[in-house]
Design a protein around this ligand. Structure first.
Ligand SMILES: [Ca+2]
Ligand SMILES: [Ca+2]
Length: 494
Protein backbone atom coordinates (compact mmCIF):
# COMPACT_ATOMS: atom_id res chain seq x y z
CA UNK A 1 0.00 0.00 0.00
CA UNK A 2 2.80 2.38 0.91
CA UNK A 3 4.52 1.94 -2.49
CA UNK A 4 1.25 2.48 -4.36
CA UNK A 5 0.68 5.71 -2.45
CA UNK A 6 4.09 7.09 -3.47
CA UNK A 7 3.49 6.20 -7.12
CA UNK A 8 0.20 8.04 -7.15
CA UNK A 9 1.84 11.07 -5.61
CA UNK A 10 4.55 11.11 -8.28
CA UNK A 11 2.11 10.91 -11.14
CA UNK A 12 0.10 13.70 -9.57
CA UNK A 13 3.20 15.91 -9.44
CA UNK A 14 4.07 15.08 -13.06
CA UNK A 15 0.67 16.14 -14.33
CA UNK A 16 0.85 19.38 -12.35
CA UNK A 17 4.26 20.14 -13.84
CA UNK A 18 2.90 19.67 -17.34
CA UNK A 19 -0.06 21.95 -16.74
CA UNK A 20 -0.13 25.52 -17.93
CA UNK A 21 -0.03 28.50 -15.62
CA UNK A 22 -3.52 29.87 -14.90
CA UNK A 23 -4.62 33.44 -15.65
CA UNK A 24 -5.14 36.02 -12.94
CA UNK A 25 -8.77 36.50 -11.99
CA UNK A 26 -8.62 40.23 -12.64
CA UNK A 27 -5.97 41.94 -14.77
CA UNK A 28 -6.69 45.23 -12.99
CA UNK A 29 -4.82 43.73 -10.03
CA UNK A 30 -1.64 43.57 -12.11
CA UNK A 31 1.14 46.05 -12.69
CA UNK A 32 3.07 45.65 -15.95
CA UNK A 33 6.77 46.31 -16.58
CA UNK A 34 7.73 46.60 -20.24
CA UNK A 35 11.12 45.37 -21.40
CA UNK A 36 12.91 46.06 -24.68
CA UNK A 37 14.77 42.77 -24.60
CA UNK A 38 17.86 43.64 -26.65
CA UNK A 39 18.67 46.53 -24.32
CA UNK A 40 17.85 44.98 -20.95
CA UNK A 41 20.55 42.52 -19.98
CA UNK A 42 22.97 40.25 -21.84
CA UNK A 43 22.67 36.97 -19.97
CA UNK A 44 24.49 34.94 -22.64
CA UNK A 45 27.09 36.68 -24.86
CA UNK A 46 27.48 33.53 -26.99
CA UNK A 47 24.15 34.16 -28.76
CA UNK A 48 24.74 37.80 -29.75
CA UNK A 49 25.38 37.13 -33.45
CA UNK A 50 23.04 34.20 -33.92
CA UNK A 51 20.67 36.05 -36.25
CA UNK A 52 21.99 35.33 -39.78
CA UNK A 53 23.61 38.46 -41.18
CA UNK A 54 23.21 40.55 -38.03
CA UNK A 55 26.22 41.89 -36.11
CA UNK A 56 26.71 42.67 -32.42
CA UNK A 57 27.23 46.45 -32.36
CA UNK A 58 26.69 47.70 -28.80
CA UNK A 59 27.83 51.25 -29.64
CA UNK A 60 25.27 51.65 -32.44
CA UNK A 61 21.81 52.77 -31.27
CA UNK A 62 20.26 50.59 -34.00
CA UNK A 63 22.66 47.68 -33.50
CA UNK A 64 22.31 44.51 -31.48
CA UNK A 65 23.33 45.07 -27.85
CA UNK A 66 23.01 41.45 -26.75
CA UNK A 67 20.04 41.47 -24.39
CA UNK A 68 18.26 38.13 -24.13
CA UNK A 69 15.84 35.93 -22.15
CA UNK A 70 18.57 34.79 -19.78
CA UNK A 71 19.34 38.42 -18.97
CA UNK A 72 15.69 39.05 -18.07
CA UNK A 73 15.58 35.87 -15.99
CA UNK A 74 18.63 36.97 -13.99
CA UNK A 75 16.88 40.23 -13.12
CA UNK A 76 13.41 38.96 -12.23
CA UNK A 77 13.95 39.76 -8.56
CA UNK A 78 14.82 43.37 -9.42
CA UNK A 79 11.49 43.62 -11.29
CA UNK A 80 9.48 41.85 -8.62
CA UNK A 81 10.97 43.99 -5.89
CA UNK A 82 9.86 47.10 -7.81
CA UNK A 83 6.32 45.79 -7.36
CA UNK A 84 5.56 44.76 -10.93
CA UNK A 85 3.47 41.60 -11.30
CA UNK A 86 3.60 41.13 -15.08
CA UNK A 87 6.25 41.68 -17.75
CA UNK A 88 5.68 42.62 -21.39
CA UNK A 89 8.66 41.75 -23.57
CA UNK A 90 9.31 42.77 -27.19
CA UNK A 91 8.69 40.12 -29.91
CA UNK A 92 10.53 36.83 -29.62
CA UNK A 93 10.55 35.26 -33.11
CA UNK A 94 13.64 35.08 -35.31
CA UNK A 95 13.94 38.31 -37.33
CA UNK A 96 15.50 39.54 -40.54
CA UNK A 97 18.96 41.02 -39.89
CA UNK A 98 17.85 44.66 -39.99
CA UNK A 99 14.97 44.07 -37.53
CA UNK A 100 16.80 41.75 -35.15
CA UNK A 101 17.63 44.44 -32.58
CA UNK A 102 13.96 45.30 -32.00
CA UNK A 103 12.14 42.12 -33.01
CA UNK A 104 9.20 43.55 -34.97
CA UNK A 105 10.18 41.91 -38.30
CA UNK A 106 9.70 38.15 -37.83
CA UNK A 107 11.07 35.78 -40.46
CA UNK A 108 8.62 33.13 -39.35
CA UNK A 109 6.08 32.44 -36.63
CA UNK A 110 7.49 29.14 -35.45
CA UNK A 111 11.14 29.83 -34.58
CA UNK A 112 12.05 31.56 -31.32
CA UNK A 113 15.04 33.82 -31.94
CA UNK A 114 18.34 32.06 -31.18
CA UNK A 115 19.84 35.50 -30.62
CA UNK A 116 17.46 35.90 -27.66
CA UNK A 117 18.24 32.41 -26.42
CA UNK A 118 15.85 30.18 -28.37
CA UNK A 119 12.81 28.24 -27.13
CA UNK A 120 14.47 26.61 -24.11
CA UNK A 121 15.63 29.93 -22.66
CA UNK A 122 12.18 31.46 -23.25
CA UNK A 123 10.51 28.55 -21.45
CA UNK A 124 13.03 28.86 -18.60
CA UNK A 125 12.30 32.58 -18.31
CA UNK A 126 8.54 32.09 -18.24
CA UNK A 127 8.82 29.24 -15.73
CA UNK A 128 11.09 31.30 -13.48
CA UNK A 129 8.69 34.24 -13.73
CA UNK A 130 5.69 32.06 -12.86
CA UNK A 131 7.55 30.64 -9.87
CA UNK A 132 7.78 34.21 -8.59
CA UNK A 133 4.12 34.94 -9.34
CA UNK A 134 5.00 37.14 -12.34
CA UNK A 135 2.97 36.89 -15.57
CA UNK A 136 4.60 37.15 -19.00
CA UNK A 137 2.94 39.03 -21.87
CA UNK A 138 4.42 38.40 -25.31
CA UNK A 139 4.38 40.98 -28.08
CA UNK A 140 2.93 39.64 -31.33
CA UNK A 141 2.71 41.07 -34.83
CA UNK A 142 0.04 39.69 -37.15
CA UNK A 143 0.15 42.43 -39.77
CA UNK A 144 3.48 41.59 -41.34
CA UNK A 145 6.56 39.43 -41.45
CA UNK A 146 10.04 40.95 -41.70
CA UNK A 147 11.73 41.92 -44.95
CA UNK A 148 11.41 38.62 -46.82
CA UNK A 149 10.18 39.72 -50.25
CA UNK A 150 10.82 42.59 -52.66
CA UNK A 151 10.18 43.46 -56.30
CA UNK A 152 12.35 44.34 -59.28
CA UNK A 153 9.51 46.15 -61.05
CA UNK A 154 9.92 49.84 -61.92
CA UNK A 155 8.35 52.12 -59.33
CA UNK A 156 8.83 49.73 -56.39
CA UNK A 157 8.28 50.36 -53.47
CA UNK A 158 6.02 53.38 -54.16
CA UNK A 159 2.41 52.54 -53.26
CA UNK A 160 0.46 51.60 -56.41
CA UNK A 161 -3.27 51.68 -55.80
CA UNK A 162 -4.49 51.01 -59.33
CA UNK A 163 -3.16 49.07 -62.27
CA UNK A 164 -1.23 45.82 -62.14
CA UNK A 165 0.32 44.79 -58.83
CA UNK A 166 4.07 44.46 -58.36
CA UNK A 167 5.64 41.08 -58.96
CA UNK A 168 7.22 39.93 -55.72
CA UNK A 169 10.30 37.74 -55.31
CA UNK A 170 12.05 36.39 -52.22
CA UNK A 171 14.93 38.58 -51.05
CA UNK A 172 17.03 35.53 -50.16
CA UNK A 173 16.05 32.19 -51.72
CA UNK A 174 17.84 30.51 -48.81
CA UNK A 175 15.68 32.28 -46.27
CA UNK A 176 12.09 31.69 -47.31
CA UNK A 177 9.56 31.48 -44.45
CA UNK A 178 8.71 27.87 -43.60
CA UNK A 179 5.33 26.46 -44.66
CA UNK A 180 2.61 27.53 -44.76
CA UNK A 181 4.00 31.08 -45.06
CA UNK A 182 6.31 30.18 -47.98
CA UNK A 183 3.95 31.67 -50.57
CA UNK A 184 4.56 35.00 -52.26
CA UNK A 185 0.83 35.28 -53.00
CA UNK A 186 0.19 35.55 -49.23
CA UNK A 187 1.74 39.05 -49.23
CA UNK A 188 0.26 42.33 -50.40
CA UNK A 189 1.89 43.45 -53.61
CA UNK A 190 1.03 47.16 -53.81
CA UNK A 191 4.22 48.61 -52.31
CA UNK A 192 4.87 50.55 -49.11
CA UNK A 193 2.47 52.86 -47.30
CA UNK A 194 3.07 56.41 -48.49
CA UNK A 195 0.08 58.12 -46.86
CA UNK A 196 -0.66 56.76 -43.38
CA UNK A 197 -4.01 58.56 -43.32
CA UNK A 198 -5.26 56.70 -46.38
CA UNK A 199 -7.36 53.83 -44.98
CA UNK A 200 -6.62 51.57 -47.96
CA UNK A 201 -2.87 52.11 -47.99
CA UNK A 202 -2.50 51.76 -44.26
CA UNK A 203 -4.11 48.31 -44.42
CA UNK A 204 -2.70 46.76 -47.61
CA UNK A 205 0.53 48.75 -47.92
CA UNK A 206 3.80 47.61 -46.41
CA UNK A 207 5.09 49.01 -43.15
CA UNK A 208 8.35 50.22 -44.75
CA UNK A 209 10.28 47.08 -45.83
CA UNK A 210 8.21 44.68 -43.70
CA UNK A 211 6.07 42.45 -45.94
CA UNK A 212 2.36 42.88 -45.33
CA UNK A 213 0.33 39.68 -44.99
CA UNK A 214 -2.93 39.22 -46.90
CA UNK A 215 -4.79 38.85 -43.63
CA UNK A 216 -8.08 39.01 -45.54
CA UNK A 217 -7.51 35.54 -47.07
CA UNK A 218 -9.20 32.68 -45.17
CA UNK A 219 -6.10 30.48 -45.53
CA UNK A 220 -3.85 33.20 -44.08
CA UNK A 221 -6.28 33.72 -41.21
CA UNK A 222 -6.31 29.98 -40.52
CA UNK A 223 -2.50 29.82 -40.59
CA UNK A 224 -2.21 32.77 -38.19
CA UNK A 225 -4.72 31.17 -35.86
CA UNK A 226 -2.85 27.85 -35.84
CA UNK A 227 0.55 29.47 -35.38
CA UNK A 228 -0.46 31.53 -32.37
CA UNK A 229 -2.47 28.76 -30.72
CA UNK A 230 0.70 26.66 -30.77
CA UNK A 231 2.67 29.65 -29.53
CA UNK A 232 0.49 29.99 -26.40
CA UNK A 233 0.71 26.26 -25.79
CA UNK A 234 4.48 26.05 -26.20
CA UNK A 235 5.50 29.19 -24.33
CA UNK A 236 2.88 29.11 -21.53
CA UNK A 237 2.64 32.91 -21.81
CA UNK A 238 -0.20 34.73 -20.05
CA UNK A 239 -1.29 37.19 -22.69
CA UNK A 240 -0.39 39.10 -25.85
CA UNK A 241 0.36 42.69 -26.63
CA UNK A 242 -0.80 42.97 -30.24
CA UNK A 243 1.15 45.24 -32.56
CA UNK A 244 -0.08 47.43 -35.47
CA UNK A 245 -3.78 46.61 -34.96
CA UNK A 246 -4.96 49.45 -37.20
CA UNK A 247 -3.02 48.09 -40.18
CA UNK A 248 -5.01 44.86 -40.36
CA UNK A 249 -8.54 44.98 -41.80
CA UNK A 250 -10.99 45.38 -38.97
CA UNK A 251 -12.97 42.17 -39.44
CA UNK A 252 -9.86 40.06 -38.95
CA UNK A 253 -9.74 40.69 -35.23
CA UNK A 254 -12.91 39.29 -33.62
CA UNK A 255 -12.39 35.80 -35.07
CA UNK A 256 -8.69 35.59 -34.29
CA UNK A 257 -9.15 36.98 -30.76
CA UNK A 258 -11.97 34.54 -30.06
CA UNK A 259 -9.87 31.61 -31.26
CA UNK A 260 -6.98 32.68 -28.99
CA UNK A 261 -9.24 33.15 -25.97
CA UNK A 262 -10.94 29.80 -26.48
CA UNK A 263 -7.68 27.95 -26.96
CA UNK A 264 -6.06 29.63 -23.97
CA UNK A 265 -9.08 28.66 -21.88
CA UNK A 266 -8.61 24.98 -22.77
CA UNK A 267 -5.14 25.31 -21.24
CA UNK A 268 -6.57 26.76 -18.04
CA UNK A 269 -5.86 30.34 -19.04
CA UNK A 270 -9.42 31.54 -18.70
CA UNK A 271 -8.57 35.25 -18.67
CA UNK A 272 -5.93 35.56 -21.40
CA UNK A 273 -5.13 39.27 -21.80
CA UNK A 274 -4.79 40.67 -25.32
CA UNK A 275 -4.17 44.39 -25.47
CA UNK A 276 -3.82 45.96 -28.88
CA UNK A 277 -1.83 48.89 -30.16
CA UNK A 278 -3.95 51.56 -31.86
CA UNK A 279 -1.51 54.45 -31.73
CA UNK A 280 -3.91 57.37 -31.94
CA UNK A 281 -5.24 60.15 -29.70
CA UNK A 282 -8.85 59.91 -30.89
CA UNK A 283 -11.15 57.92 -28.58
CA UNK A 284 -13.69 57.33 -31.35
CA UNK A 285 -11.09 55.55 -33.46
CA UNK A 286 -9.34 53.74 -30.59
CA UNK A 287 -12.56 52.69 -28.89
CA UNK A 288 -13.97 51.26 -32.09
CA UNK A 289 -11.50 48.38 -31.77
CA UNK A 290 -13.11 47.32 -28.49
CA UNK A 291 -16.71 47.07 -29.67
CA UNK A 292 -18.41 44.11 -31.34
CA UNK A 293 -16.41 41.44 -29.51
CA UNK A 294 -13.07 42.76 -30.60
CA UNK A 295 -10.29 43.67 -28.13
CA UNK A 296 -11.12 43.73 -24.43
CA UNK A 297 -8.06 45.83 -23.74
CA UNK A 298 -5.86 48.26 -25.65
CA UNK A 299 -2.92 50.47 -24.92
CA UNK A 300 -4.52 53.68 -23.66
CA UNK A 301 -3.05 56.12 -26.17
CA UNK A 302 -5.70 58.84 -25.62
CA UNK A 303 -4.81 58.99 -21.90
CA UNK A 304 -1.11 58.97 -22.76
CA UNK A 305 -1.58 62.09 -24.86
CA UNK A 306 -3.79 63.77 -22.23
CA UNK A 307 -1.24 63.21 -19.43
CA UNK A 308 1.53 64.45 -21.69
CA UNK A 309 -0.33 67.68 -22.49
CA UNK A 310 -1.40 68.31 -18.89
CA UNK A 311 1.80 67.45 -17.03
CA UNK A 312 4.47 68.31 -19.61
CA UNK A 313 2.61 70.91 -21.63
CA UNK A 314 0.79 72.81 -18.86
CA UNK A 315 -2.61 72.22 -20.47
CA UNK A 316 -5.78 72.61 -18.34
CA UNK A 317 -6.20 69.73 -15.90
CA UNK A 318 -9.80 69.55 -17.16
CA UNK A 319 -8.41 67.82 -20.22
CA UNK A 320 -8.03 64.62 -18.19
CA UNK A 321 -11.68 64.86 -17.13
CA UNK A 322 -12.76 65.40 -20.73
CA UNK A 323 -10.80 62.38 -21.76
CA UNK A 324 -12.54 60.16 -19.23
CA UNK A 325 -15.91 61.45 -20.38
CA UNK A 326 -15.08 59.92 -23.76
CA UNK A 327 -14.03 56.63 -22.17
CA UNK A 328 -17.60 55.40 -22.05
CA UNK A 329 -20.05 53.25 -23.93
CA UNK A 330 -20.86 53.14 -26.78
CA UNK A 331 -17.47 54.53 -27.91
CA UNK A 332 -15.81 51.64 -26.05
CA UNK A 333 -17.06 48.12 -25.46
CA UNK A 334 -18.10 47.50 -21.86
CA UNK A 335 -15.44 44.79 -21.34
CA UNK A 336 -12.58 47.16 -22.00
CA UNK A 337 -13.70 50.25 -20.09
CA UNK A 338 -11.68 49.83 -16.94
CA UNK A 339 -8.91 47.52 -18.09
CA UNK A 340 -7.06 49.49 -20.73
CA UNK A 341 -3.27 49.35 -20.35
CA UNK A 342 -2.10 52.82 -19.28
CA UNK A 343 1.39 54.25 -19.79
CA UNK A 344 3.32 57.51 -19.76
CA UNK A 345 5.90 56.55 -22.39
CA UNK A 346 7.16 53.48 -24.24
CA UNK A 347 9.62 52.28 -26.86
CA UNK A 348 7.86 54.24 -29.62
CA UNK A 349 7.57 57.54 -27.72
CA UNK A 350 10.13 59.91 -26.23
CA UNK A 351 10.91 59.10 -22.60
CA UNK A 352 8.84 61.13 -20.14
CA UNK A 353 11.98 62.96 -18.89
CA UNK A 354 13.21 63.72 -22.44
CA UNK A 355 14.01 67.33 -23.37
CA UNK A 356 10.93 67.52 -25.60
CA UNK A 357 8.67 66.27 -22.75
CA UNK A 358 9.25 66.88 -18.99
CA UNK A 359 12.85 67.94 -19.69
CA UNK A 360 14.33 66.25 -16.64
CA UNK A 361 11.74 67.55 -14.16
CA UNK A 362 11.33 64.61 -11.79
CA UNK A 363 8.47 66.36 -9.94
CA UNK A 364 6.51 66.16 -13.18
CA UNK A 365 7.49 62.53 -13.57
CA UNK A 366 6.30 61.87 -10.01
CA UNK A 367 2.92 63.44 -10.82
CA UNK A 368 2.61 61.35 -13.97
CA UNK A 369 3.56 58.20 -12.04
CA UNK A 370 0.95 58.94 -9.38
CA UNK A 371 -1.66 59.22 -12.14
CA UNK A 372 -0.36 56.07 -13.81
CA UNK A 373 -0.69 53.96 -10.67
CA UNK A 374 -3.94 55.42 -9.34
CA UNK A 375 -6.15 56.17 -12.36
CA UNK A 376 -8.31 53.31 -13.59
CA UNK A 377 -6.63 50.82 -15.90
CA UNK A 378 -3.70 48.40 -15.82
CA UNK A 379 -0.52 50.45 -15.32
CA UNK A 380 2.48 49.72 -17.52
CA UNK A 381 5.92 51.12 -16.74
CA UNK A 382 8.59 51.27 -19.45
CA UNK A 383 11.91 49.80 -18.22
CA UNK A 384 14.44 52.41 -17.13
CA UNK A 385 11.88 54.97 -15.99
CA UNK A 386 13.05 54.05 -12.49
CA UNK A 387 16.62 54.90 -13.58
CA UNK A 388 15.60 58.36 -14.82
CA UNK A 389 16.28 57.48 -18.47
CA UNK A 390 15.53 60.46 -20.68
CA UNK A 391 16.16 59.41 -24.30
CA UNK A 392 14.18 61.13 -27.03
CA UNK A 393 12.46 59.16 -29.82
CA UNK A 394 13.41 55.79 -31.31
CA UNK A 395 16.18 54.58 -31.08
CA UNK A 396 17.41 56.85 -28.28
CA UNK A 397 14.57 55.80 -25.95
CA UNK A 398 15.91 52.23 -26.01
CA UNK A 399 18.85 52.69 -23.68
CA UNK A 400 21.00 49.98 -22.16
CA UNK A 401 19.55 49.15 -18.76
CA UNK A 402 21.12 49.95 -15.39
CA UNK A 403 20.11 47.97 -12.31
CA UNK A 404 20.11 50.17 -9.24
CA UNK A 405 17.36 49.44 -6.76
CA UNK A 406 18.32 52.34 -4.51
CA UNK A 407 17.36 55.27 -6.76
CA UNK A 408 14.69 57.66 -5.52
CA UNK A 409 12.52 56.80 -8.51
CA UNK A 410 12.85 53.06 -7.94
CA UNK A 411 11.74 53.51 -4.32
CA UNK A 412 8.94 55.89 -5.30
CA UNK A 413 7.52 53.45 -7.87
CA UNK A 414 7.87 50.60 -5.39
CA UNK A 415 5.84 52.66 -2.88
CA UNK A 416 3.14 53.30 -5.48
CA UNK A 417 2.96 49.61 -6.37
CA UNK A 418 2.79 48.68 -2.69
CA UNK A 419 -0.05 51.12 -2.06
CA UNK A 420 -1.88 49.78 -5.08
CA UNK A 421 -1.42 46.19 -3.93
CA UNK A 422 -2.65 46.98 -0.43
CA UNK A 423 -5.68 48.99 -1.45
CA UNK A 424 -8.17 47.32 -3.76
CA UNK A 425 -9.91 50.64 -4.47
CA UNK A 426 -6.75 51.86 -6.23
CA UNK A 427 -7.04 48.88 -8.58
CA UNK A 428 -10.76 48.41 -9.02
CA UNK A 429 -12.63 51.14 -7.13
CA UNK A 430 -15.03 53.35 -9.06
CA UNK A 431 -13.22 56.46 -10.26
CA UNK A 432 -14.89 59.80 -9.45
CA UNK A 433 -13.30 63.07 -10.52
CA UNK A 434 -13.75 65.71 -7.79
CA UNK A 435 -11.89 68.76 -9.00
CA UNK A 436 -10.26 70.05 -12.15
CA UNK A 437 -9.42 73.47 -13.55
CA UNK A 438 -9.67 75.26 -16.89
CA UNK A 439 -5.94 75.90 -16.54
CA UNK A 440 -2.90 74.28 -14.97
CA UNK A 441 -3.72 73.56 -11.33
CA UNK A 442 -5.58 70.99 -9.30
CA UNK A 443 -6.82 67.64 -10.45
CA UNK A 444 -8.41 65.50 -7.75
CA UNK A 445 -10.29 62.23 -7.90
CA UNK A 446 -11.24 59.34 -5.68
CA UNK A 447 -11.21 55.60 -6.20
CA UNK A 448 -14.01 53.89 -4.33
CA UNK A 449 -14.48 55.38 -0.88
CA UNK A 450 -11.00 54.90 0.49
CA UNK A 451 -8.51 56.51 -1.87
CA UNK A 452 -8.16 60.19 -2.73
CA UNK A 453 -5.57 61.50 -5.17
CA UNK A 454 -4.66 65.14 -5.74
CA UNK A 455 -2.13 66.66 -8.10
CA UNK A 456 -1.26 70.31 -8.55
CA UNK A 457 0.31 71.09 -11.93
CA UNK A 458 0.50 74.85 -11.27
CA UNK A 459 3.61 76.69 -10.10
CA UNK A 460 1.69 78.17 -7.15
CA UNK A 461 0.28 76.58 -4.02
CA UNK A 462 -3.37 75.57 -4.25
CA UNK A 463 -6.02 74.97 -1.63
CA UNK A 464 -8.06 71.81 -1.60
CA UNK A 465 -10.65 70.78 0.98
CA UNK A 466 -10.08 67.23 2.04
CA UNK A 467 -12.86 65.49 3.92
CA UNK A 468 -12.05 64.35 7.48
CA UNK A 469 -12.62 60.75 6.48
CA UNK A 470 -9.30 60.69 4.62
CA UNK A 471 -5.94 60.49 6.32
CA UNK A 472 -2.62 61.00 4.62
CA UNK A 473 -0.39 58.06 3.88
CA UNK A 474 2.10 58.74 1.12
CA UNK A 475 3.42 62.27 1.34
CA UNK A 476 3.09 64.07 4.67
CA UNK A 477 2.12 67.69 4.14
CA UNK A 478 2.39 70.48 6.68
CA UNK A 479 -1.06 71.87 6.06
CA UNK A 480 -3.53 69.38 4.74
CA UNK A 481 -5.53 71.81 2.67
CA UNK A 482 -2.50 73.27 0.95
CA UNK A 483 -1.28 71.42 -2.11
CA UNK A 484 2.24 72.48 -2.97
CA UNK A 485 3.11 73.63 -6.49
CA UNK A 486 4.05 70.89 -8.95
CA UNK A 487 3.23 68.07 -6.54
CA UNK A 488 1.08 64.99 -6.01
CA UNK A 489 -0.55 63.49 -2.93
CA UNK A 490 -2.34 60.23 -2.22
CA UNK A 491 -4.64 59.80 0.78
CA UNK A 492 -5.75 56.39 1.90
CA UNK A 493 -8.40 55.69 4.49
CA UNK A 494 -7.74 52.57 6.55
CA1 LIG B 1 23.11 37.74 -25.53
CA1 LIG C 1 -1.80 45.09 -43.32
Amino acid sequence: MHGRFILLLLSCCASLAAAHFPSPIDWRDQSIYMIFTDRFADGDPSNNEMTPGARFRPQNPRGIHGGDFKGIEKNLDYIKSLGATAIWITPVFINDASSAWHGYGALDFSTISPQLGGPAALRDLIKAAHERGLYILLDVVLNHLGAVATSDDPGWPRFRKDGPPYTLRWIDPNRIPPPPFNRLDWFHDRGQVGDWNDPVQSVIGQFYTLNDLKTELPEVRAALTDAFKKFIEQTDCDGFRVDTVRHVERDFWPGWLRAMRQHAATLGKTNFLMFGEVAHRDDQLVGSFTTNNSFNSLLDFPLYYAIDRVICGGAPTRRITERFQKLAEPTYGSNSLDQLVTFIDNHDQPRFLATNKANGDTNKLAQALVLLYTLQGIPCLYYGTEQAFNGRGDPYNREDMKFDDTTLLYRFIKTLNTLRQRNRDLRAGIQTILTDEPAAGLFAFKRGDTALIVINTASVEKEFKIGPEFKPELIPARSRQKIEPNSAEIWIRD
